[in-house]
Unconditional design. Structure first.
Length: 461
């Protein structure tokens, strides 16, 4: 197994010609109306909508590395508008109609991101595409049938979703052993680093200052402390997603779950003729050990999955470098689904972290008394969810009475993760059980394995 590049943040930056030069750091103490911690999608979208709504606001963003260094520049490029969190968990503190309203608001983020990209001249390789989840065994297909029914029960428009036969799924993408699929329409593919870099430039044009190479060491009411000075601001917004556990006092708030990807060298046209994938669908398999893929602009396959799911003590990777074992796992998934590509080289591998709350459901909120707000815990849906988070935080901070501030993810109370070694044992046990469940189902078990159901109960997934 040979990979030309491992780490260096992600392939998406290699596609841009390399890592960007960092903007200047914080030049000492300063004041602002609003200070945002983190220059990923959440921080950038929030700054964008705040400044568009009230141009007079003085807004600064402090970022340890560079804008788009984290999940914004490493994700799978799925602008999905999806709602894969537990509707029942949101329902406990809300109403059915409020949960449906949130589901619709999330779906609307696809059009909104595309609209802003066009408005601001951001070229992010955005291409409208369907999401296709394929089943490669009977148990997976049964789950897709159940998912389809659940979506209809929760008023997802019938014209937006559909079950596919084995032939219909294979006509779209020729996956080995496909038994059927579930298609969701109205999504899009993006080049994530292009979106992050373009959005950063857009907020700068509006007058927002981004300080890069500036590490936050702590924050409290009205003050953000960094290694280069303090920012005093009556409003402080935390937008650190998978890196939240690295902040003092937040070690157990959101678990940094690892996700890794590989990308192939460009495939020849003859191979694409065999595979199909002419619609550039966002592709995944209905296995418990999650995988996701896209066909890139220049004709590569980018394949992602969990690999080593969690590092002890909520540690994060170094500059995106991932383990050889993870690369091998992803390559095995790629070759299993697409045996046609055996012999095709792997140009790049990398990893990153995504934020996972204890109940696996995202949240956004703002405490008026302290002036501190937050958003994240997207559990892998951050490309689209971060846009809604930015608009929601804008309305909360500016005290606007809108539908967004009444959505059930606002100001939710979520339990903290257990101390070590319990959370390490729990997460690793969960994914080991998922892998065993997938093996049993692949061997002919005609229903969802009880091992997977136990794994879900173990961690509240």
């Amino acid at each position: 197994m040979q990979v030309k590049m491992n780490g260096n943040v992600s392939f998406w930056y290699a596609d841009l010609g390399g890592l960007p030069k960092k903007r200047p750091g914080l030049p000492g103490d300063r004041q602002a109306d609003i200070c945002i911690i983190g220059a990923g999608y959440t921080g950038l979208w929030t700054a964008y909508y705040l400044k568009k709504t009230n141009p007079s606001l003085s807004i600064v963003i402090v970022e340890r590395e560079f804008a788009g260094f984290g999940g914004a520049g490493r994700n799978g490029g799925w602008l999905s508008g999806g709602f894969d969190w537990s509707r029942e968990k949101y329902l406990k503190g809300s109403s059915r109609q409020a949960v449906i309203a949130m589901q619709r608001a999330m779906a609307g983020t696809v059009d909104e991101v595309i609209r802003i990209a066009a408005l601001e001249g951001i070229d992010a390789d955005i291409l409208r595409a369907d999401n296709l989840v394929v089943a490669t065994n009977v148990a997976q297909m049964e789950r897709l049938i159940d998912d389809h029914k659940t979506m209809l029960d929760w008023e997802v428009p019938a014209e937006k979703i559909g079950l596919l036969s084995a032939h219909e799924a294979a006509e779209r993408v020729c996956v080995a052993g496909v038994r059927g699929g579930l298609v969701t329409r109205g999504m899009a593919r993006v080049q994530p680093a292009k979106l992050a870099r373009g959005l950063a430039k857009a907020v700068e044009r509006l007058g927002v200052t981004i300080y890069e190479g500036t590490a936050v060491t702590g924050y409290r009411n009205g003050v953000v402390e960094t290694d280069l000075g303090n920012v005093r601001a009556p409003v402080i917004l935390r937008a650190t997603e998978g890196f939240t556990a690295g902040l003092k006092g937040h070690e157990r708030e959101w678990l940094p779950l690892n996700s890794a990807q590989i990308v192939t060298e460009p495939l020849p046209d003859a191979l694409w003729d065999e595979i199909g994938w002419r619609g550039h669908e966002l592709l995944s398999e209905g296995a418990h050990a999650y995988c996701y893929a896209q066909r890139t602009r220049e004709g590569r396959i980018a394949m992602g999955g969990r690999g080593v799911p969690y590092r002890f003590g909520s540690r994060t990777d170094v500059n995106g470098q991932t383990q050889d074992a993870t690369i091998a796992q992803l390559q095995a998934i790629l070759f299993r689904l697409f045996p046609q590509v055996k012999g095709i080289g792997i140009d790049h591998a990398w990893c990153g972290v995504l934020g996972v709350p204890r109940d696996w459901c995202t949240t956004a909120g703002f405490d008026v008394a302290s002036g501190i707000g937050w958003a994240g815990g997207y559990v892998g849906l951050g490309v689209s969810s971060s846009n809604l988070a930015g608009r929601t935080l804008t309305d909360l901070v500016l005290k606007r009475d809108t539908e967004l501030v009444r959505l059930p993810w606002v100001n939710r109370s979520v339990s903290r993760w257990e101390p070590e070694p319990l959370r390490w044992l729990g997460v690793h046990t969960m994914y080991q059980l998922y892998r065993l469940a997938d093996e049993r189902e692949a061997q002919g078990l005609g229903r969802t394995s009880r091992l997977a159901r136990f794994a879900d109960k173990l961690t509240g997934h």
